[in-house]
Design a protein around this ligand. Structure first.
Ligand code: NAD
Length: 500
């Protein structure tokens, strides 16, 4: 990919990819192939094999063998770290190509895709350090003649199911940490955005990852994803996606081998704005929080709770910002909000925009579907006069639709914020540290931002409270999730006999 080229265009013909098994790409051969069109341009860009159950079994067997023979788990942490650092270097070299394919399949702006790939490099670099830092505990207080050691052992073969909204970023918030722990992986990316996961397989192989440690199968969630969740030889499943499918993987685990689950599911995330906030900064942050990735973001700030005295003025400030967001061709460097990733998601968002109006909310901005470069686009949309019982205020839309609700005091703001089955993320905007920190403590969310939103780094664990999920990814916690503890009690010296 030519980084200096001023105008990027989709490929003239779709490119064929194979799935990745035991260190090599396997072409589709006799298998069915599914074709993916760029949501930003409406032209086919990639063709991938629809893997069979036999392919899945082969991938699990490969990862199982690679784990059991200790070709990865048995290495010193320093050697695992070296592979992760080399992978970071190779991602940096291939960043432009990865960002291009991310944009083609997902529809996100190329500038954003580039920034996300940059973030992924940091994940690999940070996780490399963790491969060396991971440790257990020891107890030297059991009396003379005894001691205890607690070791952390990699859990085994990890199934990794990822969604389409951040195909590469979500992958890289997991893979380097899982690899740092010593586990092996069978990845199943979303069928509509699988290419960059296959690119990561190649990067890892080139970086020296032993064959079989990272396998990628391509195919539908309902067939391959379901079988992966049910598989008896998979020790843990990390699932990121919708709450409905999350429920089904919990059942699959219960019906099979009780594999451990990491779940990151939906959100209906509050942005709480007090009258004492810097309202210009807050308006910009709220606009970013809902329009970034066209709101197809599990942590999008989709509920705006504003102190009543400034509610109307502030809603208009946000709407004004959103009207200026550059919605456009994702391959255009200037674009800030790209296409809606799937046809189904496009229909869902538009149906919620219609529903909000039917329910009596007032649409003060957006809602249109601009015609751009043959793709599917929705303008950032703002509803006021929203009440908590409306579907637009309580259900995850997963699109650029903001619902504004006023509050009278901090207790009411916290009550509205927590009035949801979800608990993924939240933000507060205030210059009063007492208010900001009280809200931070009392809002139920796995990620919380003060005077900012959608921020973070490889050090901070991510995950949700309540129905937003189980467990944490990234940071040292994200490595520990993929380990299990073993207690080793040791006695030395002469035994006190039980039988005289
Ligand atoms: P989805 O649940 O439809 O699909 C997610 C993944 O699961 C895909 O790879 C899909 O192929 C697979 N899948 C589908 N059916 C399956 C089954 N029966 N068994 C196993 N796997 C199956 O979600 P999506 O439409 O790709 O993504 C949107 C949803 O994901 C939103 O609800 C969003 O909130 C959530 N999400 C959450 C996070 C987070 O970190 N919490 C991140 C991104 C997306």
């Amino acid at each position: 990919m030519d980084n200096s080229s001023p105008i990027l265009t989709p490929p003239s013909a779709p490119r064929d990819f194979g799935f990745f098994l035991d260190g090599a790409f396997v072409p589709a051969g006799e298998r069915d192939v599914f074709e993916r069109s760029s949501p930003g341009h409406g032209v086919p860009v990639s063709r991938l094999p629809r893997c069979s159950e036999a392919d899945l079994n082969a991938a699990v067997a490969s990862s199982r063998k690679a784990f059991d023979d200790r070709r990865w788990a048995g290495l010193p942490g320093a050697e695992r770290a070296a592979v992760l650092l080399k992978a970071a270097e190779l991602i940096r070299e291939r960043a432009e190509e990865i960002a291009y394919w991310e944009t083609l399949e997902n529809g996100k702006p190329i500038s954003q895709a580039r920034a996300e790939v940059g973030g992924c490099i940091g994940m690999f670099e940070f996780a490399a350090g963790l491969a060396r830092a991971l440790h257990g505990d020891s107890f030297n207080n059991s009396g003379d003649g005894a001691m205890g050691i607690v070791t952390r052992e990699p859990i085994g073969v990890v199934g990794l199911i990822t969604p389409w909204n951040f195909p590469f970023l979500i992958l890289c918030e997991r893979v380097p940490y899982i690899l740092a722990s010593g586990c092996t992986i069978v990845a199943k990316p979303s069928e509509v955005t699988a290419v960059t996961t296959l690119m990561l397989a190649e990067v890892l192989s080139d970086a020296g990852l032993p064959d079989g440690v990272f396998n990628v199968i391509t195919g539908s969630g309902s067939v391959i994803g379901q079988k992966l969740a049910e598989h008896m030889d998979v020790d843990m499943l990390s699932f990121t996606g919708s709450t409905a499918v999350g429920r089904s993987v919990v059942e699959a685990s219960g019906k099979s081998n009780f594999k451990k689950l990491g779940l990151e599911l939906g959100g209906k995330n509050p942005q709480i704005v007090f009258a004492d906030a810097d309202l210009d900064d807050a308006a910009d942050g709220v606009a970013f929080g809902i329009a970034f990735n066209t709101g197809q973001c599990c942590v999008s700030g989709s509920r705006l709770l504003v102190e009543r005295s400034v509610a109307d003025v502030f809603a208009e400030k946000v709407a004004e910002k959103l009207r200026k967001v550059r919605v456009g061709d994702p391959l255009d460097e200037a674009t800030q909000a790209g296409a809606i990733t799937t046809d189904a998601q496009n229909r869902t968002i538009l149906s919620y925009i219609a529903k909000g109006q039917e329910e009596g909310a007032t649409l003060i901005s957006g809602g249109g579907t601009p015609e751009i470069s043959g793709g599917q686009y929705i303008e950032p949309t703002v509803f006021t006069n929203v009440t908590r019982d409306m579907a637009v205020a309580s259900e995850e839309i997963f699109g650029p639709v903001l619902c504004v609700m006023p509050f009278d005091d901090m207790d009411e703001a916290i009550a509205i914020a927590n009035d949801t089955e979800y608990g993924l993320a939240a933000s507060v905007w205030s210059k009063n540290i007492d208010k900001a920190l009280t809200v931070a403590r009392r809002v139920q969310a796995g990620r919380f931002w003060v005077n900012t939103t959608l921020a973070g780094g490889p050090e901070l664990p991510i995950g949700g409270f309540k129905a937003s999920g189980w467990g944490r990814e990234a940071g040292m916690h994200g490595v520990e999730e993929y380990t299990q503890l073993k207690s080793i009690h040791i006695e030395f010296g002469k035994r006190n006999h039980w039988v005289a």
